[in-house]
Design a protein around this ligand. Structure first.
Ligand code: SF4
Length: 170
């Protein structure tokens, strides 16, 4: 998928990976399936594999753009178009241009503009994350029902889009 993204993207694609030593240490200590054992361990895994690389990627940046949509989940129902909540902490504004787009709006745009997309969407993966924590959804399920499906709805964020003070410890 990375090569496909590189090929179809009009912007340069830079990849940030987790620090290998952190991953090796985490797996050696807690096991490769630790994320299923508790929310704390799942968040610790997200902190190593997602939060830390993202923080590295955003270091020194004044703003970043996400694909968050209000329709995606209850936790995202009030996502603002321009989010300045973290500015006092890190000086960074989060811009969410799709905040009020619907699922239909997204697929209409993709179709009209011939935008490439992850083929897992054609297999009912409405939200795509890491392989161990993502499954296809069934008709009638929420968009993010296939992410961390074994947890309560309220816990279902990896920390990338949680206010700084609520983030899992790195
Ligand atoms: S989504 Fe799952 S595998 Fe990916 S970082 Fe979080 S807990 Fe780990």
């Amino acid at each position: 998928m990375l090569e496909r993204t590189r090929f179809s993207s009009r912007a340069p694609v830079e990849v940030y990976r987790a620090v290998q030593q952190s991953v090796v240490h985490f797996v050696a200590r807690d096991g490769k399936d630790a994320m299923y054992r508790s929310i704390e361990l799942r968040k610790a895994c997200c902190a190593i594999r997602k939060l830390e690389p993202l923080e590295r990627a955003l270091a020194g940046q004044k703003a970043w753009i996400t694909g968050l949509r209000r329709e995606q989940s209850a936790a995202r129902a009030e996502v603002p178009l321009i989010d300045t909540a973290d500015v006092p902490k890190n000086g960074r504004t989060k811009i969410n241009p799709l905040a009020n787009w619907t699922w239909g709006d997204v697929w209409h745009y993709i179709s009209v503009n011939h935008v490439d997309y992850n083929p897992l969407h054609d297999e009912f993966y409405s939200s795509v994350g890491c392989a161990p924590c993502t499954r296809a959804i069934s008709l009638g399920e929420d968009f993010r029902a296939g992410r961390w499906w074994w947890e309560d709805e309220a816990a279902k964020e990896c920390g990338l889009h949680v206010q700084q003070q609520e983030k899992a410890p790195a």
